[in-house]
Write a protein that binds this ligand. Structure first.
Ligand SMILES: *Cc1c(COP(=O)(O)O)cnc(C)c1O
Length: 368
């Protein structure tokens, strides 16, 4: 079975191998060395001034950013499940929230953010997804962040990059906290979350907030090469390995380029079959297709052609299928996926099979 869901993504063989080594104790010079190397590579990936890791899924890092970086009022873009999650977290901690809601296919508008900041001068933190995974939507985060800083440089900009870090280059010049997670483009098992931090964010932290998810106390420890509580040693060992492969062996620019070609080739191939892209601005992390028969297509792909893709959530349940592009994926696997979609459409009696998706995919992916 090919796992083509936008998280979790398959873990490469070499990474599984290093994680299968005998356990290490976390307070030892051997592990500290690995931790420091993994942390240095992580900062090379995030390109932020500093950063911390938590043993949690991505949501833990989202919570840490809400509790540690919003002191007055939060402005939150909600265009899907993950934007909605920021709203739920902020409310769970009793924060005042101004919500900018959009349909799940619609990108946030710079003007709306500007107007909200003018109307609510007590907003001190802004939260958005770079890619909103619910609809595979790319928000114009860099533009919005630049506008926010032009209006009020004191507003902390938090970007959930869980399906963007490792997928595409991100301009972090106006981003104060950049969230990443292990089980998407980093190709690790779930359970490790990261937050890249700007100097502004670190000033805003003060002594931090909360206990386990206290960014300030965790940062102090991690700068010394250790963690406040037991480190998720296996995942850190895996992180060091995958980042060595991504940064030192393949190179990030090459990965971003391959992902871009894979995403573009998939989108054009599926549109060539007459299918409809769901988001107005598709992200490169995944392709989301809107279709009344999405559930049938998904079932046929899985049961007959051995490809597991994700569906839609909430009001889009049964109406969407989402194909992952994150991580290191062989073009022959990705072209099999679009081919499986075409065969599923044939099986549903919607079109003749002519190998069109495969043809388009390969022409675009391997274009000079
Ligand atoms: C997967 C994901 C998360 C984190 O979800 P967890 O289940 O907590 O790992 C957050 N934001 C986005 C955009 C995601 O795709």
């Amino acid at each position: 079975m090919l796992l083509f869901t936008p998280g979790p993504t398959p873990v490469p063989e070499r990474v599984r191998q290093v994680m299968a080594q005998p356990s290490l104790h976390h307070r030892t010079p051997e592990f500290t060395k690995i931790f420091k190397e993994a942390r240095e590579l992580l900062l090379d990936l995030l390109k932020t001034d500093d950063g911390v890791m938590f043993a949690s899924t991505g949501t833990g890092a989202m919570e840490a950013c809400v509790t540690n970086l919003c002191h007055k009022k939060a402005l939150i873009v909600n265009a899907g499940k993950f934007g909605e999650r920021f709203v739920k977290i902020a409310k769970a901690f009793g924060k005042e929230v101004v919500e900018l809601r959009y349909d799940w296919d619609t990108a946030a508008k710079v003007e709306d953010v500007k107007n909200a900041l003018i109307e609510h001068p007590d907003i001190d933190a802004f939260f958005i997804q770079i890619c909103e995974s619910a609809g595979g939507l790319r928000h114009p985060v860099e533009d919005i962040a630049a506008q926010i800083k032009a209006i009020d440089p004191d507003v902390t900009v938090v970007a959930d990059g869980i399906t963007a870090v490792g997928v595409e280059p991100i301009d972090v010049s106006n981003i104060d906290a950049l969230i990443a997670g292990s089980q998407k483009a980093l190709m690790l098992p779930p359970g490790l979350a990261m937050v890249g931090l700007s100097h502004h964010a670190m000033r805003k932290l003060g002594d931090g907030a909360g206990f386990y998810f206290n960014i300030a106390s965790e940062l102090k420890k991690q700068r010394e090469g250790t963690t406040a509580y037991t480190a998720p040693t296996t995942l850190i060992i895996g992180l060091k390995e995958i980042l060595t492969i991504m940064i030192k062996e393949i190179g990030l620019d090459e990965i971003y380029d391959q992902t871009d070609r894979r995403a573009t080739a998939t989108r054009v191939a599926l549109e060539g079959l007459g299918l409809k892209l769901y988001p107005e601005k598709p992200a490169n992390a995944m392709t989301a297709i809107y279709d009344e028969q999405a559930e049938e297509i998904r079932k046929i792909m899985k049961n007959r052609y051995g490809v597991n893709v994700a569906g839609g959530q909430d009001h889009l349940k049964g109406k969407l299928f989402r194909i992952n592009h994150m991580g290191l994926i062989e073009p022959h696997e990705a072209s099999w996926v679009v081919n499986a979609v075409e065969m599923a459409l044939r099986d549903l009696g919607r079109r003749e099979y002519e190998g069109l998706a495969n043809k388009i995919f390969n022409e675009i992916y391997f274009e000079e």
